[in-house]
Structure formats: C-alpha cells, structure tokens
Ligand binder design. Structure first.
Ligand code: UDP
Length: 311
C-alpha cells in the first residue's frame, strides 16, 4: 500500500487520480486551495478511511506527517480563462508550488510526478509534437503565465532529478475532457456542451479551423498511472492523436446533444495555438499504452454528466 499526495486533488484530473489510487487500495492525501477545484469532485470520497483532504495553498511550505511514497503535482489553473483571471497564482503554483512539492518529495524520498502540458509547445511549428520539440512560446503573451510556469516546472523537476537524485516523472498532458470538468471553465468542450444543452448559440472562436486532439479522461489517467511505474525521467506526451477542428467539434457536439443551437463566431483569443496533436510514439513504446475511448463515446459520457449538472 502506498501513501500518495495529490495536489489539485479536487480538480478535474486530480479527483480522477484520487479515485484511481483509492481503487488501487492506496492511501490518498488530496490537497487543494479550491480556487478552481471543487469539493463536489471528491465529495464521494469524504469519510473513506484511506482518503484525507487538506484545504491548503501549496505555494506555502507544506508539512505532511508520516511516510509519503508518491507526490503527484496537479495543482494549477488549467483553462485559458482561469489563467487569464489568475495570472499570478498560475505562475506561483507552477514555480513556488512545484518547488515546495519537489522539496516534499526529496524530504520523504518519494517519487514525484509533474503534470506538465502541451502548452510547453506553444503555437507549434512542428506537427504533430514529439517530446524533443522545444516549442514556440510567447513568454509575455497572456497565455505565457501558464506556458512559462510549466516550462519552469519541468526545468526545476529535471534539476531536482539531476542534482538531488529525486525520482521524477513528467507528463505532458494534451487536451483532455470528461466528467468533472467545470461547467463554466471556459474551455471549448464544457462551453459547447452547456450551450448546446440550453439550445443557446455555440461560440466558436476565430474561424474554427484551429485544431485540437482530445483525450477522454479515463485514457489519460491510465497513461499517467503507467508512467508512474516505469523508470523514465524525461517528459512523456499523453493524449489522443484524434485531431479535429474546433468548428467540427462544435457541430459534432450540437448533433450529439440533439440541440437546436446555431454556431456563432467570436474573436480568437491571443496566442491561441493553430494546431495541436500529440506524437505518442514514446508513450506507446514505453507504457504499452494508447487511448481506447472513441471520441463519440467519450463525448456522450461527458454530455450525460453535464446534463445531470445543468438540469
Ligand atoms: N474555443 C472556442 N469557443 C469556446 C471556447 C474555446 O472556439 O467557447 C476554442 C479556443 O479558442 C481554442 C479551442 O477552442 O482554439 C480549444 O480551447 P480550450 O480553451 O478548450 O483549450 P486550449 O487547447 O486552447 O488550451
């Protein structure tokens, strides 16, 4: 049995990770300051003998008593509207927060896993993006607070690995969707589903020809879980290469919701990447993993969740 610390444990991905470790019979300590996470996501775990929740901001010194075997650092605003609203917190959790959690892992001789992001590739000039592509990021753009915080977090993680011998992992997470995404988190999938369920206009930014490649949450969690148990320290892309334009995604969601919504076009946000698709050759080889849930099935499950939330 392992004792696992999960920062951002009340968030979308963090809460699914909590479930995964609890199902595995491990003990989970979830930490979250709830600025973008929600206690609703872990409500079903409260009272479980192996689950503990700490309402805390991990950019401060963090003391955990007893043994810790794994530290999974998932705390961060992760949606463009969140990091535009919370730019300093985003920078702090990626830098100071990562530092504190690496310090905790070093102290406890725990394995550390950093949730990094496809945003480290910025608006990519190489397509699809392999791990050895260094990216095309505007450091002072509005998205820079997230991109640079995560790039710094990766650098710090490698430094702790190289200089302090901390046993580290870095996952670069591509667009992921599924139950427990926040309804108003501003990202394309929650926005489109909520709009479609209300028969409101579906807001496509720009021409809608920009692409994303979307991964159902269960597939992502399985990939991360496997990464934790292989001996590999450099970044690994986890995502689904199934690439779609945002306009086609909007149309598909309208159809799957049986909605009467119309598509309206709005201004494209600054530095919005034009394309994004993970090259997952490394994950396939290293983890014997690949995404299994087809887009339509994943979207239907997600729509069902949103239906139960929006009433
Ligand atoms: N997008 C959109 N309408 C929305 C929200 C997002 O057209 O209501 C676009 C956004 O500009 C981007 C894509 O959908 O091109 C994916 O955005 P999201 O916020 O989901 O994540 P990103 O991949 O940009 O971090």
């Amino acid at each position: 049995m392992a004792r696992v610390v999960i920062t951002g444990g009340a968030g979308f991905l963090g809460s699914h990770l909590c479930d995964r470790f609890i199902e595995n019979g491990d003990e989970v300590i979830a930490i979250d300051n709830l600025i973008t996470g929600s206690a609703d996501n872990i409500a079903h775990l409260f009272g479980h003998p192996k689950f503990k929740f700490i309402h805390y901001d991990i950019t401060n010194y963090t003391h955990i008593s007893g043994d810790v075997h794994f530290v999974l650092h998932f705390a961060s605003p992760a949606s463009p509207i969140d990091y535009l609203r919370l730019p300093i917190q985003t920078l702090k959790v990626g830098s100071l927060g990562t530092h504190k959690m690496l310090g905790l892992a070093k102290e406890k001789r725990a394995r550390f896993l950093l949730a990094s992001t496809s945003e480290v590739y910025g608006d990519p000039l190489v397509h699809p993006q392999p791990e050895d592509y260094w990216g095309n990021v505007n450091p002072i753009g509005l998205r820079g607070v997230y991109d640079e915080a995560k790039r710094f977090a990766e650098a710090l993680t490698m430094a702790y690995h190289r200089y302090h011998n901390v046993d580290t992992r870095i996952v670069r997470i591509f667009n992921t969707y599924g139950p427990r995404m926040r309804i108003n988190d501003g990202r394309a999938i929650p926005a489109f589903i909520t709009q479609a369920l209300h028969n409101e206009d579906v807001t496509v930014f720009g021409s809608g020809l920009q692409t994303r490649s979307i991964c159902y949450v269960d597939d992502l969690i399985e990939g991360i879980f496997r990464l934790l148990f292989v001996d590999y320290h450099e970044p690994v892309n986890i995502g689904n290469p199934d690439e779609i334009s945002i306009l086609d995604l909007a149309k598909e969601i309208i159809q799957l919701c049986n909605s009467k919504s119309q598509i309206v076009f709005k201004e494209l946000p600054e530095d919005d990447p034009k394309v994004r698709q993970p090259d997952i050759s490394l994950a396939r080889k290293l983890l014997n993993w690949e995404p299994k849930v087809p887009r339509q099935q994943g979207l239907l499950r997600t729509i069902e969740y949103f239906r139960s939330k929006v009433g």
